[in-house]
Design a binder for this molecule. Structure first.
Ligand code: ZN
Ligand code: ZN
Length: 186
């Protein structure tokens, strides 16, 4: 669906607040020292995000009919503000939090969800940068974002499916879907 600017960028406003709230709650709970257990869960959540991003894009957005149609709109008009409504991600992250809190405990759920949200925020920013930001600067950040842009635009344009990772090419390389120049020639 096509969004207004406010609803398209709503997640970029909402999730930093949620992340800070989770961090403050954990600090208050643990006597203002972040415990290794929470930090480990955060690292695991962030790493897991990169795999979730790859799997959702490859198997849900490109294989499930209704989602494929919606995602196809983004492929056809990458500059338009097309995306899922905010409540979808809110429901998903809340469910993950509740399930982990139930299966493990609140501290792991808090750290893990914070990591997932950090990964998701980075994905939103990188995907926006790839399609909409001017990236001509000499900084390392711009150089990295230009490499993300090159990789993602190849995903948009190449007739062969691949390059599903936006933030990192890791899972494309591990799971054999990286679109390299050699693969294109072949
Ligand atoms: Zn796609
Ligand atoms: Zn895109």
């Amino acid at each position: 669906m096509t969004h207004s600017k406010l609803s398209y960028y709503a997640e970029l406003l909402l999730y930093p607040i949620v992340i800070v709230a989770l961090l403050l709650l954990e600090l208050a709970r643990s006597g203002f020292v972040l415990q290794p257990r929470w930090l480990l869960a955060l690292g695991a959540g962030a790493a897991l995000w990169t795999l979730a991003e790859y799997l959702v894009h490859r198997f849900l957005y490109h294989e499930v009919k209704i989602l494929k149609q919606l995602h196809g709109l983004h492929h056809a008009r990458p500059s338009d503000l097309i995306g899922s409504p905010v409540w979808v991600s809110v429901v998903i992250f809340t469910t993950v939090f509740a399930l982990v809190a139930r299966g493990a405990d609140l501290q792991i759920a808090s750290g893990g969800t914070t990591g997932l949200l950090l990964g998701y925020l980075l994905y939103l920013l990188v995907h926006d940068a790839v399609h909409r930001w001017p990236l001509a600067g000499p900084s390392r950040l711009h150089a990295w974002l230009r490499s993300c842009r090159l990789r993602h635009l190849r995903h948009h344009r190449d007739p062969q499916p691949g390059n599903f990772g936006v933030v990192t090419p890791l899972w494309d390389h591990l799971l054999g879907t990286a679109l390299t120049r050699r693969a294109r020639r072949a």
